[in-house]
Design a binder for this molecule. Sequence first.
Ligand SMILES: *Cc1c(COP(=O)(O)O)cnc(C)c1O
Length: 435
Amino acid sequence: MKAQDISREKSAELFEKAKKYFPGGVNSPVRAFKSVYGTPLFIERGDKAHLWDADGNEFIDFCCSWGPLILGHNNPEIREAVQAQLSKGLSFGAPTALENELAELIISNNKYVEKIRFVSSGTEAVMSAIRLARGYTKRDKIVKFEGCYHGHSDSLLVKAGSGLVTFGETSSAGVPKAFADETIVIGLNDKAALEQVFVDFKDQIAAVIIEGVPANNGLLIQDKEYIQFLRDITTANGSLLIFDEVITGFRLGFEGAAKYYDIQPDILTYGKIIGGGMPVGAYGASSEIMGHISPDGGVYQAGTLSGNPVAMAAGIAALSILAQPGFYEKQEQTTLAFVEEIRAFITEKNLEVKIFTIGSIFWFAFTSLEKIQSADQIDPASMEKYKIMHRELLNRGIYFGPSGYEVGFISSAHTAEDLQTAIAAIKEALLVAFS
Ligand SMILES: *Cc1c(COP(=O)(O)O)cnc(C)c1O
């Protein structure tokens, strides 16, 4: 039942041209389709849950720009808010009332944050949060977990070395070893390793950083008990706990993973959804901790386009919709019904694949394990099956992220019909992957 390959003539042509201008033909590596079949699709437009590429192929989109588009493409409220702002100017480099408005919307609906600072990307938010933690604690070392992604700043492009607790190794050329030496990387869901870190590096750890729910290397849903352990051990050692909520913020709910676990971290970072599709990031904490940021405090952080009025207008429009009662409950129910229907098929056909899900995030894991909570439980060989599934889905008009380590998202623009179409295609694609 292998479907006929879609035409990628125009996309292939554009990709050849792009390779002349950009390394690998792209402006962000995973877009290059290295882990799946064929050339990347060049997108022309999106509307609601649908995408159209340069060859005129239409897809139902489950990548949603990697998460920001929880309201789908071309949302009318966001579009109108952006259009209204455009005629007033694109950037002033001075404060605007729009920043107050977005901040108020966030803070009045989020009990975990008292003050925030807007930046222009998730990377920038996390990089600044790390500097804040170091400035606040007057310590240098940070702890991160294998399988969590926090953007591409130097301190965080570090992977685990060999051994239970070691200094990290850089995961990118160009990151000084001295930086990697300040980052300790351990496995998720491993209490003993973290306890050992706090023995080996007593009074040196500025912060432990974790993705609210790790969703950049599969979907590694942690137990509340483990997150509580992180809270307790950081508090006991005078270190800060940072939740990187760039994916989970405004996705699991207005209060993100902090609310899901009901645990107060010391610093939170946001991105993706917060800008309604425009480039916005933010970090927040208590007024006391945020008081250390310049110009109030000694931790420097700035941005020419920070709090950009057009981006703020998009964020306000998006978050105003998300703040309406019942929005997240509906998203979660829709996603669960979608997942359950595919799970029933998987059981019936006895296929070795699981779907993990939280909120409106889902992840297909080709595994026999009932739970996957750390990066080392993912078998790289299983990605071959994803590769086939991805090709078969594209050929059936369904757009998933171009890597088996990426999660999928369901937006409020996905209709019941979209989801039924997708379910039928996914069933067929799974059968091809297992044939
Ligand atoms: C996407 C992401 C980032 C990086 O955000 P950018 O806007 O791509 O710089 C950081 N942390 C997490 C958890 C993310 O998902």
